[in-house]
Design a protein around this ligand. Structure first.
Ligand SMILES: *Cc1c(COP(=O)(O)O)cnc(C)c1O
Length: 243
């Protein structure tokens, strides 16, 4: 077998949604046991970007109650019907949000994980006031200081938090997408430390390949996609660049 030292070992994909979900739950349970945490503290946000309504409904039937999408447009096309058919499901936005889609996002999502700049604070505050409701918010942090990535610079997080609170927005925690291809744990530890310093309880971190490290380091929301749905057959459109 060829060695690919730099890549994380690929897991053989489980054959059914039921088996994939059991595997994800077992991975989270093991990490919780190792960390002395209660698995009930960890919400699985099943990232359903590019997935069909049928595939999503299959996971709902297995008891998954929280889903994540990375684009407002895709969520607006897929979710109104799914929500009508499955009351009680929570929908989270995990991708970049353009300010001109703030109102639509406030109407569609129960949580937004990608608040990363002052202009978006203002847009969300206006939209929330008009809608009479505000989704819970996570401040997205550019934890690896990558120029191409969304997220607020680490140094700017306290000011962004203050601004969001001044605007009356409910900030619940921090979120990150660590750099690809390197060990994620140091970035998760950095985000956890930042959240602790700021007194924020929520930590949205960990995707299919690094759930264990995220849970060990305190994730309250993990965001597996392919581990639950199988490999995405359609490439996800990149989340819109902020405006
Ligand atoms: C796509 C995506 C995920 C899920 O990624 P997988 O590698 O399929 O688990 C999680 N978070 C964000 C922000 C994403 O865009």
């Amino acid at each position: 077998m060829a060695m690919r030292a730099a890549m994380p070992l690929a897991r053989p994909p489980a054959a059914t949604p039921e088996a994939r979900l059991a595997d994800v739950r077992a991975r989270i349970a093991r990490a919780c046991r190792d960390a002395g945490r209660d698995p009930a503290e960890v919400t699985i946000v099943a990232v359903s970007k590019t997935q069909s309504a049928a595939a999503i409904a299959e996971l709902m039937a297995q008891g998954v109650a929280t889903f994540g999408e990375n684009r407002v447009q895709e969520a607006a096309a897929k979710w109104p019907a799914l929500r009508a058919a499955h009351p009680g499901i929570a929908l989270h936005l995990v991708g970049q949000l353009q300010s001109n889609k703030a109102a639509e996002a406030v109407a569609l999502f129960d949580r937004i994980h990608s608040l990363d700049r002052p202009s978006l604070v203002e847009a969300l505050a206006r939209a929330a006031e008009r809608a009479g409701r505000a989704p819970g918010l996570f401040l997205q942090v550019n934890i690896g200081d990558e120029p191409q990535k969304g997220g607020c610079a680490i140094a700017g997080v306290p000011a962004l938090l203050a601004r969001a609170r001044d605007a009356g927005l409910p900030v619940e925690g921090l979120m990150c997408v660590p750099p690809a291809g390197v060990e994620a744990a140091p970035y998760f530890a950095l985000l956890a430390g930042l959240a602790a310093d700021l007194g924020l309880a929520g930590l949205s971190m960990g995707m299919s390949d690094d759930l264990e490290a995220a849970v060990m380091l305190g994730a309250t929301h993990v965001r597996p996609g392919s581990a639950l749905f199988g490999p995405r057959t359609v490439a996800a459109a990149p989340a819109a660049s902020p405006a």
